[in-house]
Design a protein around this ligand. Structure first.
Ligand code: ZN
Ligand code: ZN
Length: 362
């Protein structure tokens, strides 16, 4: 295994390979370091040369706050979980994949054995390991990672790596819309038009949603959402979202997706829903408790569903992408190389320059 970036060091006649990896050494402090290339230790594992990594809102929580809820980073730590690459080496028990295969990666590594896994709830596996999640697994912002074969999905030669990387947020969008049941012809609200909000929008439209209303505090995100299919967009800093949507849809909305982790958004969602409607919460708040109007959710008999990432949605998402049924390309607004990963995080953390999804190319 030799690539432009991998280096051989000789020390006491032992020959080992090193790679570049990013490490978070403190709040908002990123360094690029040399690390040994990880080794395959289980027969079902594959070594992957990473080609593209997406910067996710959840990475930004670790970057800015060093934690998400009770999940606290112990520095130094490598994060990143949205990625794709090329199989470099396979373990002896690997059957589906071979060296040279291009793959999209599901960052989840369930045990397939616990009571949750046995019920098919792999995403809430009691022994789950997730890429770039403190205490579970180091992230993918490095030249190589080792993954179980089951978390790797072969993609064809025509799919760009960045699109394969987007299968992670898009699969969350697909899962969230499936939790909402049949959305065909339904009036949908999506509060927060970042990568998850737009992923939910693309999948809701793909699944036949009737009319999609989107909000965000950033006008560039709203224009992008409109250009990708949103029927109506609004900025709560400039208008009365509830009043304006009510004028458009006097009977109100069937499903509202909260995709920004803000209390104001869930308050709007409850007001925007018709009786019997459903609030789907996909956003990750920085605070620890949501508040709901007991009167509103009771009188309207609102169903509240939470989204925990996604479950078994990567392959269906790749199939939707390969068939050209959705086109997420416009979501990728910026690209960086590994040496400029700090710039990428500063850009995304600061919501600067109309950024939607920043990709790191390796
Ligand atoms: Zn993500
Ligand atoms: Zn399990």
């Amino acid at each position: 295994m030799t690539t432009k970036n991998s280096r051989r060091d000789h020390k006491d006649d032992i020959c080992f390979l090193t790679m570049k990896a990013m490490i978070l050494t403190g709040i908002r402090r990123i360094e690029i370091t040399e690390k040994p290339v990880p080794e395959i230790s289980q027969s079902d594992e594959v070594l992957i040369r990473i080609r593209s990594v997406g910067v996710c809102g959840s990475d930004i929580h670790y970057y800015n706050e060093g934690k998400i809820g009770s999940q606290v980073v112990k520095f130094p730590f490598t994060f990143g979980h949205e990625c794709s690459g090329i199989v470099e080496k396979t373990g002896s028990g690997v059957k589906r994949l071979k060296t040279g295969d291009r793959v999209a990666i599901d960052p989840a590594m369930p045990c397939y054995n616990c009571s949750q896994c046995r019920r098919g709830r792999y995403h809430t596996c009691l022994n789950l390991r997730f890429l770039g999640c403190p205490g579970q697994a180091e992230g993918c912002l490095s030249e190589y990672i080792v993954m179980p074969e089951r978390s790797c999905y072969k993609i064809d030669n025509t799919m760009p790596f960045d699109i394969a990387t987007l299968s992670e947020p898009l699969s969350i969008g697909l899962y969230a819309t499936e939790l909402a049941g049949n959305v065909q012809g339904r009036k949908i609200g999506i509060l927060g038009s970042g990568p998850i909000g737009v992923s939910v929008m693309l999948m809701a439209l793909h699944r036949g949603a009737g009319r999609v209303f989107m909000t965000d505090l950033i006008d560039e995100r709203l224009s992008l959402a409109s250009s990708m299919g949103a029927h109506w967009t609004g900025n709560p800093l400039k208008q009365d979202i509830v009043g304006d949507i009510k004028r458009e849809e006097p009977e109100l909305l069937d499903v509202v997706f909260e995709c920004c982790g803000k209390q104001e958004a869930t308050d709007q969602a409850v007001k925007l829903l018709k009786p019997g409607g459903m609030l789907v919460i996909a956003g990750i708040p920085s605070f620890s408790e949501w508040k709901f109007s007991a009167e509103d959710i009771r009188r309207k008999e609102i169903t509240i569903r939470n989204v925990r990432r996604q479950n078994e949605m990567v392959q269906p998402t790749l199939d939707i992408l390969s068939a050209g049924k959705i086109n997420p390309e416009k979501m990728i607004t910026h690209t960086f190389d590994l040496d400029h990963v700090s710039d990428a995080f500063e850009l995304v953390a600061g919501y600067r320059d109309g950024v939607m999804k920043a990709m790191i190319h390796l």
